[in-house]
Structures are given as structure tokens and as C-alpha cells.
Design a binder for this molecule. Structure first.
Ligand code: AHM
Ligand code: MG
Length: 339
């Protein structure tokens, strides 16, 4: 008699143990034509995240806090760990056959690793290696943000492949180096959450298909810039304060977006009189976060009528205003803005 029994974990996601690596292979199996190239790139990003997490944790002990005394292409002071994290990502991605071009906040020009004359698709990987790095000196949360686009062979200049609107992203994600290290990933079929188990050195899947909750009366914006905000945004802040809203702002977009993904609310980095395009970079900050937020049921806008994902890119380091979060909370902001 055949008396085999199905283990309860076969039917219940909560009982399964799934690493990021296994998750990536699972996703690949759902796309029968997939070459596995993208999976290799995601695995390089996961290894980079583990190395960077380790460096961030030991930064004070190894005396790698503080600035290197140089500025990046944005004219911002580079922290030693910005440079270190950038180097880790460059070195892991350089070894992956499927990566054609790498573009980073820390490099003025994209790095062309390989051309596209190859039988399988190749990809462009764009990233901010250590977002919010000024938080490092005070042990605050920092993160890595990445965006993956398909390389388009046959263009006059290889770099032109990078200038695709965010709606064309193949995958996007971030890693938050906080009280634990979390990896958030979307490949266009929802948003999944992984936590690094330091004991075994693997990212473990802890949640699938995240949805941003509605009804959280919290906004996240640097109110120190209020005097330079457009009148509609100042009206929104007055309205929110009169209606019992709270304010939360960590100074690292990754930390603020992660809170909003799990708890709701809205994050803003708007245009100001001094910085009409805002501060955040479209290609490796706003676009990947916008894809994640939309995949989790939220909204991500560059202005009253334009999704971030539809902003036409003209340069790798261009900036964009950002309003993103739970759909109800983004709508509340938009309702106060001018036409
Ligand atoms: P960075 O990429 O140089 O770290 O700058 C981006 C960061 C975001 O993480 C954060 O939301 C913002 O800058 C904070 O800027 P501000 O200090 O102007 O509020
Ligand atoms: Mg940044």
C-alpha cells in the first residue's frame, strides 16, 4: 500500500523555507524561455548586498566612516563607504556575462562592460550603491537601490540603452541596512520581501505580494525646505497638520520608502525654489522605487499629472520631483497641488 503523506509545507507558504536564490530560480522556471541571465544578475546583487551589509556593520570598527574628501558627479561629498559599496557592486556585476552596462550614482559616466552582439539578452544595471550615506556616522539606516533595463543592441552609442523610461524596467529593488538587512525585489509580478539571516548568510523570503496599506495619516518630507515649496504643497501640509497627521523622515529614502511599503503613508521630495527638479535621481532612485510602489498597489508621481515611470529620461543623472506611497495618501497630496 502506498501511504505517502504530503508535508504541510507543500501547501502552506508560511511553513516553507525559501531563500532569495531559490526564489529567483522559481521565478525563472515560470518563464520557460528565460535564459537565466537575469537570475545571475540578481544573484550578483544579493552577494553585493551581503558584502555591503557586513562592511556597514563593521564600519566604525574598521575606521571607514567619514568622507574621502572628494565629491561625486552630483557635487556631493563622497563617504568612504559610498566608494567601497560602489566598488563591491562593480566587481560582482563585472563578472556576470549578462551585464552590458553599469551606471552608478558614484560614476560620472556609465561603464560599458560588453556589447550586445550576443545570442542571449543582456541588461543594463543602474544603482545608487549607498543611499542616505550621511546617516552612517550616526548608525542610521542606509540602503542600496537598483534598476535593471534590457540592453538595446544596435544603438549608435551603447549608453543610449540606459535612457529608457522607468515603465520599461525589467526588475527593481532595494536593500535596507537597518536593524536587520532586508532585500525588496520586484520583477513585475508583485513585490517580495527577504531578510538576511546572519547565522547562515542567506536572504530568506518572509513575505510575498506586499500591498501598501491605506489609511495611514503619515507624511515623510524634509520640512526644513518648506519655504521653497510650491503653495499647493504648503496647503497640503497645513491641511495634514489640521487633520491629525504625523511626520516621519529618516534622511534616507530607502528607510522612508520601506516604512511606507509596510505601513502606508506618503513620501515626498518635491521641487523647491532652489532645486526645481528636486534632489532625487530619476534613473537609480525614483524609477526603481516607483516600480516597487506601483507593484505594491501604490502611486508614484513626478507631478500632478505625470507618473515617475513615464518621465522621459535625457541623462543618467537627471533629477525628478517625487511623490510616492499609498494611493490614498498620494491622492491627498495631489488634491492640494495646482493644475
Ligand atoms: P544620497 O543619494 O546622496 O544619499 O541622497 C539621497 C538622499 C535620500 O536618501 C534622502 O531621501 C534625501 O537624500 C535626503 O535629503 P535632504 O537631506 O535634503 O532631506
Ligand atoms: Mg541616493
Amino acid at each position: 500500500m502506498n501511504d505517502t503523506h504530503e508535508h504541510p509545507a507543500a501547501g502552506r507558504e508560511a511553513l516553507r523555507i525559501t531563500t532569495l536564490q531559490a526564489h529567483i530560480l522559481e521565478q525563472q522556471a515560470n518563464h520557460p524561455g528565460a535564459s537565466g541571465t537575469l537570475s545571475w544578475i540578481l544573484s550578483a546583487l544579493s552577494i553585493s548586498a551581503k558584502i555591503i551589509a557586513d562592511r556597514v556593520r563593521r564600519a566604525r570598527l574598521e575606521n571607514v566612516l567619514g568622507s574621502v574628501g572628494t565629491e561625486n558627479v552630483q557635487g556631493e561629498v563622497q563617504q568612504k563607504l559610498d566608494v567601497l559599496a560602489n566598488d563591491v557592486l562593480m566587481r560582482t556585476l563585472a563578472g556576470r556575462e549578462g551585464v552590458a552596462i553599469v551606471a552608478s550614482e558614484e560614476n560620472e559616466e556609465p561603464v560599458i562592460l560588453r556589447d550586445g552582439s550576443h545570442s542571449v539578452p543582456r541588461y543594463c544595471v543602474l544603482f545608487d550603491p549607498l543611499d542616505g550615506s550621511s546617516n552612517l556616522d550616526v548608525c542610521g539606516g542606509v540602503g542600496t537601490i537598483f534598476s535593471i533595463l534590457e540592453f538595446q543592441p544596435g544603438r549608435a552609442r551603447a549608453e543610449e540603452s540606459l535612457l529608457q523610461p522607468g515603465a520599461r524596467q525589467i526588475a527593481a529593488g532595494y536593500v535596507l541596512y537597518g536593524s536587520s538587512t532586508v532585500f525588496v525585489l520586484t520583477t513585475g509580478g508583485g513585490v517580495d520581501l527577504f531578510v538576511l539571516d546572519p547565522g547562515i548568510g542567506a536572504f530568506m523570503r518572509v513575505e510575498r505580494g506586499l500591498r501598501i496599506p491605506a489609511g495611514n495619516k503619515t507624511y515623510s518630507v524634509n520640512e526644513g525646505h518648506r519655504a521653497g515649496f510650491e503653495p499647493g504643497l504648503r496647503r497640503y501640509l497645513d491641511w495634514a497638520q489640521a487633520h491629525g497627521y504625523s511626520s516621519r523622515y529618516t534622511g534616507a529614502m530607502v528607510g522612508d520608502v520601506h516604512r511606507i511599503l509596510l505601513k502606508g503613508g506618503v513620501f515626498l521630495y518635491p521641487s523647491t525654489q532652489k532645486a526645481p527638479e528636486g534632489k532625487l535621481r530619476l534613473m537609480y532612485e525614483a524609477n526603481p522605487m516607483a516600480m516597487i510602489i506601483e507593484q505594491a498597489g501604490g502611486k508614484a508621481m513626478a507631478g500632478p499629472h505625470r507618473r515617475i515611470l513615464e518621465v522621459p529620461p535625457v541623462g543618467v543623472h537627471q533629477r525628478t520631483p517625487v511623490i510616492l506611497g499609498a494611493a490614498d495618501q498620494v491622492d491627498a497630496v495631489l488634491a492640494h497641488l495646482g493644475p
